[in-house]
Design a protein around this ligand. Structure first.
Ligand SMILES: [Zn+2]
Length: 308
């Protein structure tokens, strides 16, 4: 029975996919590069010739694995080539979804992406570094879209303070990722696998909670929106946040332990900084401390010569 249902689902999926409007600036990339893996390419060519539905099957398998967060899916499968205009169009789409003005875009950033929120949403600035994004595994439009959903959620959450935990920044991050989860189910089923995998690689810091927990809240957002829809309580994307306290309280101990650890590390780093002797030699010659230090060294040498 299961196989029969999957068979129907497969044919429905192919029909829906063919009917879907495809973004002109996105092309799927070949699964294996010829130079890297000729064996797989030959196998792929052989299958394409011998199985008439080969390409449909590949799309179906991509659909089945779309929420799996594993390294193979992230770096080798379901990649698309994205051009700069594709990135801009994705940001515009996400801004439109939130009813926000399109942020001021900067394509230079020291991290993958950052947002500078503003009381006036029209002045919100979004920074991204496409090279770092691709390197991290943001290599198709679904994952790119979810990354920008996360960043623009911070502008959407400019006002609210949740006051659920002593580090409000962590809760704001969880809220943004919960919105990502909800977003991934709204218009169409947006693949979350790569996004969750990337999160899971990130450890907790002063500003961000542990990535494993962030990946969990994405899943929680997906489940919670279904619950809201069933109860006819879903009108706006922000409604998803009514579920945030439940997530925070059910992971409170985990959050607290992780936060205590981060604070401890931070204190140790501060203590290390205090104990380390200052390297005056490496300072520029114009630095007053260096000049004072060199004078002190010279006086000492003169003194030694004098006594010697
Ligand atoms: Zn964030």
């Amino acid at each position: 029975m299961c196989i029969f249902l999957q068979h129907i689902e497969f044919h429905q999926f192919i029909k829906d996919e063919d009917a879907r409007d495809r973004t002109a600036n996105v092309e799927p990339l070949c699964l294996y590069k010829k130079s890297n893996c000729p064996l797989f390419v030959n196998m792929e060519e052989m299958y394409i010739k011998s199985v008439p539905q080969y390409n449909d099957m590949q799309r179906w398998f991509a659909y089945l694995r779309r929420h799996n967060a594993n390294i193979f899916n992230v770096f080798f499968q379901d990649k698309e080539s994205i051009r700069k205009d594709g990135i801009v169009a994705t940001v515009e789409d996400v801004a439109r979804f939130f009813g926000l003005p399109v942020p001021v875009l900067h394509d230079k950033c020291e991290t993958i992406a950052e947002v500078m929120t503003n009381a006036n949403a029209a002045e919100c600035e979004l920074y991204y570094n496409w090279l770092l994004m691709e390197k991290a595994g943001i290599n198709n439009t679904d994952t790119l879209r979810l990354s920008f959903v996360h960043e623009l959620s911070h502008q959407l959450l400019y006002q609210p303070r949740f006051l659920l935990f002593e580090n409000e920044l962590w809760i704001q991050e969880l809220a943004a990722d919960m919105i990502v989860g909800a977003f991934s189910t709204i218009d169409r089923d947006v693949a979350t696998g790569k996004y969750k995998y990337i999160l899971k690689q990130l450890s907790a810091s002063m500003t961000h909670p542990d990535g494993e927990l962030r990946a969990l809240v994405v899943e929680f957002g997906r489940d919670y929106i279904t619950h809201l829809k069933e109860q006819d309580n879903f009108n706006d994307i922000k409604d998803i946040l009514t579920g945030l306290p439940a997530f925070v309280y059910s992971h409170y101990q985990e959050l607290q332990d992780s936060w205590d650890k981060v604070k401890l590390n931070e204190m140790e780093e501060d203590a290390d900084m205090e104990c380390k002797p200052m390297d005056y030699e490496s300072l520029p010659d114009t630095n007053l401390l260096k000049q004072y230090y060199l004078k002190h060294v010279k006086n000492k040498e003169d003194d030694n010569e004098h006594h010697g």
